[in-house]
Design a protein around this ligand. Structure first.
Ligand code: FMN
Ligand code: SF4
Length: 678
């Protein structure tokens, strides 16, 4: 048996967990009609196949219709949920893992204008800034009915055969009663701590009455809101102790911080640039104070830190939650001595940021959430090894090379630039975001393992000169900054890439025009702010950086606020002019129907990337498919078989920003879905 502390089993009452790795609850918004159907099941089963001991499903599964979905949550108040949960539990169990579900009433952390249009409820009339609902103050009958709704849901969890459930108690209804910031009541549920705990104890008691001892019940709870208006550490730990002493809970899953704005949430779920495991020591203190089986997750991204968390006795189960979104096979790789092959979570937060607008996808693992069609483990091709040539070693090209290498083909990647990594290298120009390099470094390491050659030379042409004619040529040549939208003065603009690569130093007075609304503009803005320039950011949108999500924009906004940067919205840049030593931007205000002139020492512009497509158009006439991608086949996950030119020598695919300005996820998804079948 392995002596690795992480690989030791853990016994939680009657349940033996096969190792110490878990993923804590998160709702990936994979539900269909609010139910965890096939996609949901396949996603969690993949982690079970990958060796995880416990998957906590259903982040914030809701117990009542007046807690409508905020981000695709499971509707646990529906009896139909049982059938789907059972299928999921059976599948996860068949692969040796345990499965529990997180259960909640969101209280004020949702919206009234959804589903059944019931008023949002809360202990007191205190609005949550993030979800913006003005709540109804709960009456006695609201309290009684929600307590019963929790108990009804517990019965459904038990009927589905899950191993346990966890109550969400941070930012949701139960702890909205605990926190002095949200509970202003003066009845039996407000005031002293025992009153503020009353609702939680009523819920737990009602649950225990229904499911007795055969279902494990825990709490994921805030033990310190780390906020002068909120629950103090002393009070939070005291609640944990009292819950432990009540005998009603089997484990505690520790949270530190509060979540009612995006800024504060970004410290509870820390992302790129935050320190590793910031709340681990605190979780260890709670474990010591409560003597309860203790779980915890918050930026424990790597196996060494997870191992330390167990070995040092701070935790019983360590949550590597986003890490499992990036690679669901962590435990298996650890057990097989292949830790170095784990695809790293780089803390980009694209997963969580996408749940409000769509569904959780990992920025650099296109298989996550698409288990029915995209493999996490790419199988070797049954056919003969063939030659694949890739032009460009950015994320798209390297992903294409990695997947083709896994298929067993001979792969060469030509990269004209001295360094490999494409736009990822540019993003890493901001020190805080250097972790993004993991996306490239992991692929380079995998390519090396798979014998992929990556000479630092442009692709030799025409293809007939190549030593062996390839069967597939992939063009992943990326893009360059796009200034073509300007009516005049292109040469006067600096690009965000110029700034981030260091090619152009930020001047004393900088105006940054962000007409992309995504990371590049904000990354450059933070860089410029950090360089001490006087910065004004101008956007044609009604809000800054609309494509930067809730856990990512706070870090940028902090940097801008600290530097005293100013922001102006609703102005569209038309042209640039030289005015003495300054550059003038001529903007159009669409609402005021007027032109506005702004001067600065330097105007930095982001308008996405213009595709570099010369190589593609050069190779197109010699290809079998004339570059065409059969969308029907692509979407049905069938191989590409179009023949437009029977004389052609190779199949040609163009992927990533070489097609159109998009992002890293689009690039790697383009790559794997074309290459997985060759
Ligand atoms: C997409 C996504 C959705 C989440 N939703 C929930 C949720 O519903 N309930 C919850 O307790 N935590 C939720 N979390 C937080 C995670 O459980 C975890 O605490 C967080 O990701 C930090 O752990 P990590 O650094 O290991 O990822 C969510 C996280 C992600 C990435
Ligand atoms: S999107 Fe980023 S934070 Fe989320 S799992 Fe992927 S690498 Fe990690």
């Amino acid at each position: 048996m392995s002596s690795d502390p992480l690989m030791q089993p853990f016994t939680l009452k009657h349940l033996v967990l096969r190792n110490r790795l878990m993923s804590t609850a998160y709702e990936p918004a994979y539900t269909e009609d609010g139910l965890p159907k096939t996609r949901y099941r396949l996603y969690h089963a993949e982690k079970a196949k990958g060796g995880i001991a416990l998957t906590m499903i259903g982040g914030s599964s809701v117990v009542a219709p007046d807690s409508p979905q905020a981000f695709g949550n499971i509707l646990l108040y529906k009896d139909e949920a049982v059938r789907w949960l059972k299928e999921l539990a059976d599948d996860v169990h068949a692969h040796g893992a345990a499965v529990m579900i997180q259960v909640t009433h969101l209280g004020r952390r949702t919206s009234w204008s959804k589903a059944d249009w019931l008023p949002v409820i809360a202990p007191s009339y205190v609005r949550e800034p993030a979800h913006r609902a003005f709540p109804k103050v709960m009456e006695d009958w609201d309290i009684a009915r929600v307590v019963q709704a929790y108990a009804d849901s517990a019965e459904r969890v038990k009927a589905a055969g899950l191993d346990g459930m966890e109550l969400e108690c941070y930012g949701h209804l139960i702890d909205q009663f605990w926190s002095p910031a949200s509970n202003k009541r003066n009845d039996a549920y407000g005031g002293p701590l025992e009153n503020r705990m009353r609702f939680a104890l009523e819920v737990l008691t009602a649950i225990r009455k229904r499911v007795v001892d055969d279902l494990l019940v825990g709490v994921r709870m805030v033990c310190d809101e780390d906020w002068d208006r909120g629950l103090s550490r002393e009070k939070g730990v005291s609640i944990a102790r009292r819950l432990a002493a009540s005998g009603l809970v089997d484990f505690v899953n520790v949270i530190r911080g509060h979540i009612e704005t995006d800024e504060v949430l970004s410290h509870v779920i820390p992302g790129m640039g935050a320190r590793s495991a910031p709340h681990l020591d605190f979780a260890g203190d709670v474990r010591a104070a409560t003597r309860m089986p203790t779980f915890h997750a918050a930026r424990i991204q790597d196996v060494a830190t997870a191992r330390h968390a167990i070995e040092s006795g701070k935790l019983d189960m360590v949550g590597m939650t986003r890490a499992h979104l990036a690679d669901p096979h962590i435990a298996r790789k650890v057990a097989e001595g292949r830790e170095h092959e784990i695809r790293p979570c780089v803390g980009m937060g694209y997963c969580i940021d996408s749940i409000y607008s769509g569904e959780a996808v990992c920025i650099h693992n296109a298989a996550t959430g698409r288990e029915a069609t995209i493999p996490h483990v790419v199988a070797r091709s049954a056919g003969p090894g063939r030659k694949v040539v890739v032009g460009g070693a950015g994320p798209a090209g390297l992903e294409a090379a990695r997947v083709a290498g896994e298929r067993g083909h001979g792969v060469v990647v030509f990269e004209a630039a001295p360094q490999r990594g494409g736009q990822v290298l540019i993003a890493a120009g901001l020190k805080r975001r250097r972790e993004i390099l993991g996306i490239v470094d992991w692929r380079l390491a995998e390519c090396a393992r798979l014998g992929v050659a990556i000479p630092a030379t442009p692709m030799p042409r025409p293809p007939t000169f190549w030593p062996r004619t390839p069967v597939v040529v992939v063009v992943a040549t990326g893009g360059v900054p796009n200034m073509s939208f300007l009516d005049a003065g292109e040469a006067l603009a600096a690009s965000t890439w110029d700034i981030l690569t260091g090619a152009v130093k930020p001047a004393a007075r900088v105006l940054l025009y962000d007409d992309n609304g995504a990371h590049p503009g904000m990354t450059a803005a933070e860089f410029i702010a950090g360089a001490g320039s006087k910065l004004e950011v101008v956007t044609p949108e009604r809000t800054l950086a609309p494509d930067v999500g809730g856990t990512n924009y706070p870090a940028y906004f902090r940097a801008l606020a600290l530097a005293g940067a100013t922001i102006e919205i609703n102005l569209r840049l038309e042209r640039l002019e030289r005015r003495g030593n300054a550059v003038a931007g001529i903007f159009f205000d669409e609402y005021g129907k007027r032109h506005v002139v702004k001067e600065a020492d330097q105007i930095v512009v982001d308008h996405g990337a213009a595709s570099v497509d010369e190589l593609y158009f050069e190779l197109k006439p010699g290809s079998i498919n004339l570059g065409e991608i059969d969308h029907k086949a692509l979407l049905a996950n069938r191989p590409q078989e179009i023949v437009r030119n029977p004389e052609g020598r190779y199949r040609l695919f163009r992927i990533g920003d070489a097609v159109a300005s998009r992002n890293i996820h689009a690039a790697v998804y383009d790559a794997i879905r074309l290459m997985k079948d060759i």
